[in-house]
Unconditional design. Structure first.
Lengths: 112, 108
């Protein structure tokens, strides 16, 4: 398996624009997680899904952030409108119940 | 509330010196603890999980429930150990809660 695949790897966008980050989990994994990494706050859990259903979205910072998982092999994290303080690395991760959580390579977002 | 604390942002040691990366946690149930490593601009990789009680790349970590700690240790640091290390706790369900990370810098 190619592992967790994220796109885009790098994105630079202007404040106010919509940003969509994509994730393909490892085949057969039924849990999917979105994390945000910044220097100041480290790794924060934003939201996670089980069998495509959002379980805990309490880490989503505000209404500008939304995440969907329309099927077992795809998830998106959307920011609309984006702000400079959203600049961070966004990691997607997946796992099977009770097993190791595997991370993607991250999407490096810069909002100018 | 569940929390993972890594008190050091940066730890600098010389090659061959012992390393201890500190991790303390607060959790009301039976914790499952992990160490993840992130080499420069790469994905996070699992280094250790406490239930495995294994040694990976010379690193070990012992869960001390009395002190609520899960410190990561290595007797002799190597330059290739330079990376960011995250301690994480798995809460009920399956999400990982991470500490803020410690950057380990090993110089010759």
């Amino acid at each position: 398996d190619a592992g967790v695949i994220q796109s885009p790897r790098h994105e630079v966008t202007e404040m106010g624009q919509e940003v969509t980050l994509r994730c393909k989990p490892i085949s057969g994994h039924d849990y999917l997680f979105w994390y945000r990494q910044t220097m100041m706050r480290g790794l924060e859990l934003l939201i996670y899904f089980n069998n495509n259903v959002p379980i805990d979205d309490s880490g989503m910072p505000e209404d500008r952030f939304s995440a969907k998982m329309p099927n077992a092999s795809f998830s998106t994290l959307k920011i609309q409108p984006s702000e400079p303080r959203d600049s961070a690395v966004y990691f997607c991760a997946s796992s099977v119940q009770g097993s190791t959580i595997y991370f993607g390579e991250g999407s490096w977002l810069t909002v100018v | 509330a569940q929390r993972v604390t890594q008190p050091e942002k940066l730890l600098s040691v010389f090659k061959g010196a012992p390393v201890e990366l500190k991790c303390n946690y607060s959790y009301s149930g039976s914790p499952e603890l992990f160490w993840y490593v992130q080499y420069s601009r790469q994905r996070l990789q699992l280094l250790l999980r406490h239930i495995s009680r294994e040694s990976i790349k010379g690193f070990t970590a012992d869960l001390n429930k009395g002190e609520t700690s899960f410190h990561l240790k290595k007797p002799f640091a190597q330059e290739e150990d330079s990376a960011m290390y995250y301690c994480a706790l798995k809460q009920a369900g399956t999400a990982l809660i991470f500490g803020k990370g410690t950057t380990l810098s090993v110089s010759s």
